[in-house]
Design a protein around this ligand. Structure first.
Ligand code: S6P
Length: 635
């Protein structure tokens, strides 16, 4: 392939991944490379690095998560992750398209769309960059779509991702009146029908739309089950995308970053990589308004890698934080995250994801934001999410079993002083992005009654970039010696401050995501929710999760597909003898029935391992709720 395409080894490897279902696969196989034609997509595979995560100490859980996250930057198998040159090249091309829209917002817009975590990150990115454009006196041009609408930003509405026509309908509404649309559909597993419906709509009108698909599986692993209302599989949609990509009318951004530390939990690595890619695209796409003109995509990737290493450099403290969280949850207490602006929102998002991921209750982990949901006023959400809500509803009832984590110096300064008179545990996590804030805060931190303080100093990651000195330096970068079309003319705009601020915010957000993901995941692992690195108590709330649940039962019980599906159905319908109606029903019926039930997957597994009835499996779980321990006893 290197010879054929005159490309680097990494590029050749990437081509092989994406070519495994075309005539090129033979070439790849003949060359003796290990082409990934495994039926289980990479995003659903268990990660070999985290196979023992369920028996690791809290500190070791953090180092294991770090090892898995490193694959984002260093690659997995034969891939080179975010450093892949083909991906980097496409990032620039898409950023250029975004830049055209940003400079001509009346005619165009950028739409970022996804389901679950992917939709939440679409929201966070468009919010951040619209705010930025506003601060520069520019028109907003980023839009987001999340399946299940705004309520899904902070609670799980998993079933909404199975509807392609709803996806297309929502996209049509958002782009009304626009003639140039850069559409970025995020689906980590290349599987969400909601996104497929939108991609199809874009592909049918390439004059208006440039569709971009962001996900983390090779193209040939896109989901091959038929989608309702679309009469196609996701895989067929991807094939059409590949054809349009040849003429650069569509783009597939699918860096291979390896499996999740907890199998299939795409809120973790895939979510973080989504954030990084969207940040980079939007940063480069808005570069004409800030000094990030001098930044390159590989350097930005490096910055995120440094932030990642710095956060996990505190593995011991992260372990202590997760241990505090676990103790609270074990003693029927709660975990609360408080943060300002995007940090608060990321905390809320992490908390809300624990419900579908770990079967947690709404009250187990909750996040609150200070002054950050103003931009949702026109489309209100039906939950209590502000720190004022925390002060009035939660604070008066805090007891010794609860843990409150304050994120960021700005939040520590705003926190209600009454918090320090209640008998709960308190932790403070600060992300330092410049030297001044670190010294100003020291006194406050020491005078507060905190049980744990973690300081994540990410100045180093940012210094690495180096800042432009002023307008002259930037102008010098233009080939013709003058500013590019649409560049701001006032010298203040070139001071570098706005671009630097933006990068500091993005780096803090990434650090926050790593920290809260680590805290909640580790807490639930310690509580026995994960067996090896499989999430065995997954809520069967959409098609993807139904098939994942079947796979988990199959693997752990070492049985065939049909048998595992029968066990799952018995557990879902709470019946040892399934009726014809139950066995022949549509997957969506099973999902609706499962939404009423608890511990669907664990019960099916126990039935398989013990050859027992639904009732007997349920009683076993009542006596030993630590699933991991229970399963180990039976294996
Ligand atoms: C995963 C999370 C889910 C996914 C959603 C979309 O940890 O709980 O909500 O984000 O299912 O997945 P995908 O593969 O389409 O991005």
């Amino acid at each position: 392939l290197v010879a054929l395409y005159d490309c680097s080894v990494n590029t050749a490897r990437y081509r092989m991944y994406n070519a495994a279902d075309s005539r090129q696969s033979r070439t790849a196989e003949t060359l003796g490379f290990n082409v990934l034609d495994n039926q289980v997509p990479i995003t659903e595979l268990p990660n070999t690095l985290s196979i023992d995560i369920d028996i690791a100490s809290p500190e070791c859980i953090a180092t294991t998560l770090h090892a898995c996250d490193k694959e984002i930057f260093e690659g997995w198998g034969t891939s080179s992750g975010l450093q892949d040159t083909v991906i980097i090249d496409k990032l620039y091309k898409v950023a250029m398209l975004i830049s055209n829209v940003v400079q001509n917002p009346s005619a165009g817009c950028v739409v970022i769309s996804g389901c679950g975590t992917s939709g939440r990150l679409a929201y966070l990115t468009s919010r951040r960059f619209n705010k930025y454009l506003r601060s520069q006196g520019q028109e907003e041009c980023f839009n987001y779509i999340i399946s299940g609408d705004n309520d899904a930003l902070y609670s799980s509405v998993e079933l909404a991702e199975d509807d392609p026509s709803e996806g297309a309908k929502r996209l049509r509404e958002v782009v009304e009146g626009k003639t140039r649309v850069v559409y970025i559909g995020v689906t980590c597993g290349l599987s969400a029908p909601f996104v497929a419906g939108q991609l199809e709509m874009c592909l049918s009108d390439l004059e208006t739309f440039t569709p971009v698909l962001l996900g983390f599986n090779p193209a040939h692993q896109a989901r091959k089950t038929q989608m309702k209302n679309l009469n196609k599989t996701f895989h067929q949609v991807v094939k059409n995308m590949m054809m349009s990509e040849q003429e650069e009318k569509a783009f597939i951004l699918n860096p291979i970053i390896g499996p999740e530390p907890v199998a299939g939990s795409s809120r973790m690595k895939s979510g973080t990589t989504t954030k990084i890619v969207l940040d980079i695209l939007a940063l480069l796409g808005t570069a004409s308004f800030h000094s990030a003109l001098c930044l390159s995509a590989p350097r930005l990737v490096e910055m995120y890698k440094d932030v990642c290493d710095t956060v996990y450099g505190q593995a011991k403290s992260l372990g202590s934080l997760a241990y505090m969280a676990k103790q609270s949850l074990r003693n029927n207490g709660h975990l609360y995250y408080l943060g300002c602006d995007a940090l608060g929102l990321i905390g809320i998002v992490d908390a809300s994801e624990c419900r579908p991921t770990f079967g947690a209750s709404f009250h187990d982990i909750r996040g609150f934001v200070s002054g950050g949901i103003d931009d949702l006023d026109s489309r209100p959400i039906s939950s209590t999410l502000s720190t004022e809500d925390f002060d009035s509803e939660i604070l008066p009832n805090l007891d010794a079993c609860d843990t409150v984590i304050i994120f960021g110096a700005d939040m520590l300064q705003r926190v209600n002083s009454r918090l320090f008179s209640f008998p709960c545990k308190r932790a403070f996590v600060n992300f330092i992005t410049d030297e001044e804030s670190s010294s100003a805060l020291r006194d406050e931190v020491t005078s507060s009654k905190l049980d744990l303080t973690i300081t994540v100093d990410i100045c180093f990651a940012l210094n690495f970039l180096g800042w432009p000195q002023g307008p002259q330096e930037t102008f010098n970068r233009q080939k013709d010696g003058g500013p590019a079309v649409g560049l701001p003319t006032s010298p203040e705009a070139w001071s570098g401050t706005s671009g630097k601020m933006l990068l500091m915010q993005l780096a803090r957000e990434a650090a926050m995501k790593w920290t809260v993901n680590c805290t909640s995941t580790s807490a639930y692992i310690q509580l026995g929710k994960v067996y090896r690195n499989l999430m065995v108590d997954v809520r069967v709330s959409n098609a993807k999760l139904f098939y994942r649940a079947c796979g988990i039962v199959k693997d752990i019980c070492n049985i065939g597909e049909a048998e595992s599906c029968t066990l799952l159905l018995k557990s879902i319908y709470d019946e040892d003898n399934l009726s014809k109606v139950q066995t022949s029903g549509d997957v969506v019926n099973h999902i609706l029935a499962a939404s009423e039930m608890d511990k669907v997957v664990p019960i099916a597994i126990l039935m398989g391992l013990r050859s027992c009835s639904v009732q007997q499996a349920r009683s076993l779980l009542d006596t030993q709720p630590n699933l991991s321990r229970l399963l180990k006893d039976f294996q």
